[in-house]
Design a binder for this molecule. Structure first.
Ligand SMILES: N[C@@H](CCC(=O)N[C@@H](CS)C(=O)NCC(=O)O)C(=O)O
Length: 118
């Protein structure tokens, strides 16, 4: 299960909580109070040298540390998804486009076996 390091009052953390909620993705929540310096402890800096929240642990010792700075805009991301072989790419803007969820379908590449005649 994912673990989200987040601060309740952080807008960047809110975007990630909103996206996870809309996707129905369960996660553990770790509250990090950046105003008390909790994102600048040696333990936190070891997992996110930026010393910021949100931080999403997606697998043991694998973290996503940016909620938006390095991401493409919606249209460019949709084009990249389509280039990767997905069809019917569309997106839903949340919070006036600050958060967006993309959805697409991918055809099966291996034929579905026909059922054995009985
Ligand atoms: N580029 C980051 C920015 C994250 C960010 O600015 N987080 C703030 C809280 S909203 C923070 O952790 N500030 C504490 C600090 O910089 O020490 C993102 O988009 O997620």
């Amino acid at each position: 299960m994912y673990t989200l390091y987040s601060m309740q009052r952080s807008g960047n953390s809110y975007k990630v909580r909103l996206a996870l909620a809309r996707l129905g993705v369960p996660y553990n929540l770790v509250e990090v109070d950046v105003l008390k310096g909790e994102s600048r402890t040696p333990e936190f800096l070891a997992i996110n040298p930026n010393g910021q929240v949100p931080l999403l642990e997606v697998a043991p010792y694998r973290y996503l540390a940016e909620s938006m700075r390095h991401w493409h805009n919606q249209r460019t991301l949709a084009e990249l998804i389509a280039k990767a072989g997905w069809r019917d790419v569309e997106w839903l803007n949340l919070t006036f486009g600050v958060v967006a969820l993309h959805r697409a379908t991918k055809p099966l590449t291996t034929p579905v076996p026909k059922p054995e005649p009985s």
